[in-house]
Design a protein around this ligand. Structure first.
Ligand SMILES: [Zn+2]
Length: 244
């Protein structure tokens, strides 16, 4: 069960295809007679990250309905009721520490409470988004919706489309128009979507900027090396020619 073959490690961000030896899972039934909420089935999944430099484990527990089949010959597993991420305690991804701590703290906390309280999670996501816009784009502080408008012509169209489509979903748009202290009802799908948007922006902006910086520095150092070699060869040649 939960045979997710493609998997991203929440600790090292390594994308992996899980093999049987990376996963361990098992389950047990609640079969005590006549529980008022019906019989249940609990299932746990361990995964150990296949990346040899990481090898950390995750533990997820799922609760499902469980009923006798028609003839009462076999137990059948029914609907999924709830999934808990126990280790690590949320689905937050690992992001590099050159991203401001306040932004990462809000993001991690938004992930941590997304199931328990979507509206509190969305409020943290909104603050996180605002933190990103102010730090990365230096926007003029205002309502979130106006701050987003300020970057419309600066960011690439695909990222803009993502922001624009998320803010049109359910109550999220209303959420962005409100004062930061006002908590707006959102459902857990909307709260999840905000988290996914934040993850996209962290990758598209902070991580991409850092990678570009590294790439350009590498090109520059390669060019500098070539230039130094050329100058050295040139002066050697000049010396040789001069010596003739
Ligand atoms: Zn890992």
């Amino acid at each position: 069960m939960n045979k997710v073959r493609h998997w991203t490690c929440p600790y090292c961000n390594h994308d992996a295809t899980l093999r049987d030896q990376d996963c361990e899972s098992s389950g047990t039934r609640l079969i005590i007679q006549d529980p008022i909420e019906g019989h249940k089935f609990v299932w746990w999944d361990y995964v150990v990250c296949p990346n040899p430099k990481c090898r950390k484990f995750t533990l997820q527990v799922s609760l499902l309905d469980c009923n006798w089949n028609k003839n009462k010959t076999k137990w059948e597993i029914g609907n999924l009721i709830r999934v808990w991420d126990l280790v690590p305690p949320s689905r937050a991804k690992a992001f590099p520490d050159y991203i401001p701590k306040a932004v990462l703290d809000d993001y991690n906390e938004a992930c941590l409470i997304v199931d328990l309280s979507p509206k509190a999670s969305a409020t943290l996501s909104r603050r996180c988004l605002q933190g990103i816009l102010r730090d990365f784009w230096k926007v003029k502080p205002g309502r979130l919706i106006d701050e987003i408008e300020q970057i419309k012509d600066k960011t690439d169209p695909l990222t803009w489309d993502a922001i624009d489509s998320v803010r049109k979903v359910g109550n999220i748009g209303a959420h962005m128009e409100k004062d930061i202290n006002l908590i707006v009802e959102v459902d857990s799908n909307e709260a999840e979507m905000l988290i996914e948007l934040i993850e996209t922006l962290l990758k598209d902006w902070y991580v991409a900027r850092e990678e570009r910086k590294i790439r350009l520095a590498q090109i520059k150092s390669m060019a500098d090396k070539k230039d130094a070699e050329r100058k050295r060869d040139g002066s050697q040649e000049a010396r040789e020619n001069g010596g003739l």
